[in-house]
Design a protein around this ligand. Structure first.
Ligand code: MSP
Length: 687
């Protein structure tokens, strides 16, 4: 299913615009998205908004990857069909993108009919071209496959049957032995190397291109692109015993998402207009599929190649890749609900050097929010708007002639200052063009937002405003600083769209913010058609402790949900829609009696205690969020109930190996530990 193209400009003059087509990877629909998965989508949204502000007609595609063994297994575990599983999770993805204000134009699901048709068409096109070639030259052929395959990362780990662990997740790979359709990747080695040579921008950043090049130079093996043992996939045309292997299926979504294979003339026209993609933005772990397999698949079908594959780094949590299976994830929803959308966007874009790995921390997020958004831009906007409201009835005055010609004020119109303004715009645009969002933000804040604040502090218009005869000065200062605010808002719009729109509305400007062209940006273009709005705070200052705790509480609710939730490989319930579980489901939870041997606080974590709990045949380290309800010394010797077979989870760099059962009481959810009145040995099973 494709979602309406709300942000796509349709026929008419927009046809004259240059086009820009960008994609995120399509996300596995086996669990709910976390901050790591939101990262790429947010990055692409900033690019899409920037490109629109440079006059492009943008097609921006995202979607969900809904086939494969991991989906099949997740559904099995949850006791539902794969279709039910992906239907539930796909909605959660789409709701999140809506919550985050993501301006995608298209959304593709790999279980949609349009997509299946496109995948089959792509392979048919290749088979058609193969027909005139001798068998050893054909790109697709049938053969026996035996090898090790990681079902979690959907990647071949080894082409021999010997046991092997997946290099990405470390889990043992499964043995696969069956007849498959193969793609003759080995025949594309030279063509790929030529591509990297002739078009160095094809794989970016440069160091990634070098990695890919070395990989290809070392020799390419043919890859299997179909499966016989799996049912949950797109059937091979005229050979339905086989379904497509996930990567061939998934990569083709970049074509189907904009109309490839469609019978609808409008969709065909769209494909003609937007393909080839200008940018596939991906995480570094899937670069080989994109920079090696994908161009080869396209070459074999004689379709134009995308312009660029950009592989960014990972968002780390406690120095490890944020991933559901490791249990070290943060979710976007609590952040958005507590600090707002722009806080999350700004933090992710500002904090990481794009392309490199970056760290996520809730403390860092709140600190950044307070420093740059609440005390920075928010404060500047409120100072400017309040003064214009109080001293000039909501109309930003003009710069007086006297100001222009009186030293030292005339310096503001000097060639040096003009050149500095042009330089700032140039630096910011260059940073956006090369996806260096942190640099763009740094420059905007350094040269404009913070400058505006310092200017006000130095000039103190509120002092001069009390003096008769100083109107010329106050007018001019207000105008200078209002234009500073206007420029900040325009340049920062791709980074923090919601707040900049709010401020823009308060500025009473004639043009719509989205219609401003960043490539034609001028500093002194103030055009106000109505009085500025009353100053509404855009970034209220956050109390660190309170914000942290509210986010933590919401995260807990997502992890240990009370109501209907996403389903799949997660902490999500295995139950059906009515939330009932079977006795077998219940029996899978291993609960045991434990005795607390030691308890201590964790520096910097107000709510957590680190406990050592004796459960009979072993002693477990468990981190429990009970520090606000229990003093460590009161817990020694206490009998508790623990869930003993919960997958270990890392918090604050420490492993927690089990969970304490507690009732949650009152509006604050105060924990009250489960315990026993009778004597009972540690390790006894609770059933
Ligand atoms: N379904 C495949 C992609 C097919 S594209 C034709 C897949 N899906 S995924 O759900 O695992 O998503 C992977 C993408 O999510 C990464 O490539 C990256 O863009 C994003 N991220 C997921 N976790 C991330 C981090 N911890 N940090 C940064 N990006 C992350 O692979």
């Amino acid at each position: 299913m494709r979602i309406p193209k709300s942000h796509m400009n349709r026929a008419g003059p927009s046809q004259q615009k240059p086009k820009f087509y960008l994609t995120t990877p399509i996300y596995y629909a086996n669990s709910r998205p976390h901050v790591g998965s939101a990262y790429t989508t947010i990055v692409c949204d900033a690019i899409a908004r920037y490109k629109r502000m440079c006059g492009y007609e943008v097609a921006y595609l995202t979607g969900t990857d809904e086939h494969g063994v991991n989906i099949e297994r997740a559904a099995e575990e949850a006791g539902i069909t794969p279709q039910q599983l992906v239907d539930t999770n796909e909605k959660i993805f789409r709701e999140l993108w809506k919550l985050l204000g993501i301006t995608t134009t298209d959304f593709i699901r790999t279980t949609s009919r349009e997509h299946a048709r496109a995948v089959q068409m792509l392979v048919r096109r290749t088979l058609e071209r193969d027909r005139v070639l001798s068998p050893e030259k054909r790109s697709i052929y049938k053969d026996k496959y035996e090898g090790r395959y990681c079902i979690y990362d959907n990647a071949y780990v080894s082409d021999t049957p010997e046991p092997a662990d997946c290099p990405t997740c470390g889990r043992p790979a499964e043995l696969i032995a069956e007849e498959n359709y193969f793609f003759r990747l080995s025949a594309y080695q030279e063509k790929l190397l030529q591509l990297y040579r002739e078009k160095p921008g094809f794989v970016q950043p440069d160091f990634r291109r070098n990695e890919v090049k070395s990989f290809v130079e070392a020799g390419l093996k043919d890859v299997s692109i179909s499966r016989k043992t799996i049912k949950w996939g797109i059937p091979w045309p005229d050979d339905p015993e086989h379904v497509f292997y996930v990567w061939y299926d998934a990569l083709a979504s970049y074509l189907s998402g904009i109309g490839y294979g469609s019978e609808d003339p409008q969709e065909q026209e769209k494909f003609g207009r937007f393909w080839p993609a200008d940018l596939h933005m991906i995480g570094k772990e899937i670069i080989r599929f994109h920079a090696v397999y994908w161009p080869a698949f396209l070459m074999a079908a004689d379709l134009p190649l995308p312009n660029q594959i950009f592989a960014h780094g990972w968002l780390l949590f406690e120095q490890e890749k944020m991933s559901k299976s490791k249990g070290n994830v943060a979710y976007p929803e609590p952040i958005v609900k507590v600090l707002g959308n722009d806080a999350l966007r700004y933090y992710l874009l500002r904090e990481t050097v794009f392309g490199q790995d970056g760290n996520f921390s809730r403390e860092g997020l709140i600190t950044r929010y307070n420093a740059d958004l609440a005390n920075g831009l928010g404060n500047l906007a409120s100072r400017v708007l309040t003064m214009v409201w109080n001293y000039r009835n909501g109309w930003v005055p003009g710069i007086s002639e006297k100001f222009r010609s009186t030293p030292p004020h005339d310096q503001w119109f000097s060639a040096d200052v003009e050149a500095a303004k042009v330089r700032t715009i140039g630096t910011v645009r260059l940073a956006y063009d090369s996806f260096q969002f942190a640099l763009a933000a740094e420059e905007i804040w350094r040269a404009i937002a913070n400058w505006g604040d310092q200017f006000l502090t130095a000039t103190q218009p509120w002092v001069e405003a009390q003096k008769p005869g100083q109107e010329w000065l106050v007018d001019s200062w207000l105008r200078l600083v209002a234009e500073t605010l206007r420029s900040t808002v325009i340049l920062a719009h791709p980074l923090i769209p919601e707040a900049t729109l709010k401020i823009w509305q308060q500025l009473g400007q004639e043009q719509k913010l989205e219609d401003i062209r960043m490539d034609h940006l001028r500093w002194d273009a103030w055009k106000q058609t109505r009085p500025i709005g009353k100053c509404e705070p855009v970034f209220p200052r956050a109390d660190k402790k309170e914000a942290w705790e509210r986010m933590e509480a919401m995260e807990q609710e997502i992890r240990n949900p009370a109501g209907a939730q996403p389903v799949g490989t997660s902490s999500a319930p295995a139950g059906s829609a009515n939330n009932k579980i079977t006795i077998e489901d219940f029996a899978r939870v291993e609960m045991r009696v434990g005795v607390v041997q030691s308890a201590e606080r964790i520096p910097g974590a107000d709510k957590l205690l680190k406990l050592l709990v004796d459960i009979g045949d072993e002693t477990r380290q468990i981190l429990a969020g009970i520090a606000l309800a229990y003093a460590p010394e009161d817990l020694l010797g206490r009998k508790v109930v623990i869930v003993a077979n919960l997958a270990p989870r890392k918090m604050r760099g420490l492993e927690s190996n089990g969970m304490l059962l507690a009732a949650s009481v009152g509006p604050d959810g105060k924990p009250v530990l489960c315990t026993f009145a009778e004597e009972i040995p540690p390790g006894a099973r609770v059933k």
